[in-house]
Design a protein around this ligand. Structure first.
Ligand SMILES: [Fe+2]
Ligand SMILES: [Fe+2]
Length: 140
């Protein structure tokens, strides 16, 4: 794993974190139905975590000599609360897979501190994923 490839992958992760911030912000604005208060609270509570992830990744890209991306990944459209939660679950599952792979790449590159932080982010995203699955379970 050369440094340029690691920077490129971290920038893809950063684009996904920006996507997560935008997704939680705009979905919470639009979500409708009897569970709106709980869903707004759930979604808006995630934003702070995702912003911390984005800031960490941007700092690391810069520290490695790269330029942090300013372009988010596209947020998928969702026409219902359930579709929003399904998109959120998919994004969190992808984030777990991404950071699991990235931690291995960081370790292979000798970036042990980065690997440990990425593993902590696996922990955060796993929490988000499992809470989302619980919200989706037994959906009427
Ligand atoms: Fe995140
Ligand atoms: Fe997350």
């Amino acid at each position: 794993m050369d440094k340029q490839t690691l920077i490129k992958h971290l920038n893809q992760d950063l684009a996904n974190e920006f996507q997560a911030v935008i997704m939680y912000t705009t979905y919470s604005s639009q979500v409708k139905g009897p569970y709106r208060p709980q869903l707004v609270q759930f979604m808006q509570a995630e934003i702070a975590d995702e912003l911390l992830h984005a800031q960490f990744l941007a700092d690391k890209v810069a520290s490695l000599g790269g330029k942090p991306t300013t372009t988010p990944a596209a947020v998928p459209a969702a026409a219902s609360a359930k579709a929003m939660l399904e998109n959120i679950a998919a994004a969190e599952r992808d984030a777990i897979a991404g950071y699991t792979a990235r931690a291995e790449e960081a370790r292979a590159a000798g970036e042990i501190g980065l690997a440990i932080q990425l593993e902590n982010m696996v922990l955060d995203e796993t929490g988000h994923y499992e809470e989302t699955l619980k919200l989706l379970a037994e959906w009427a």
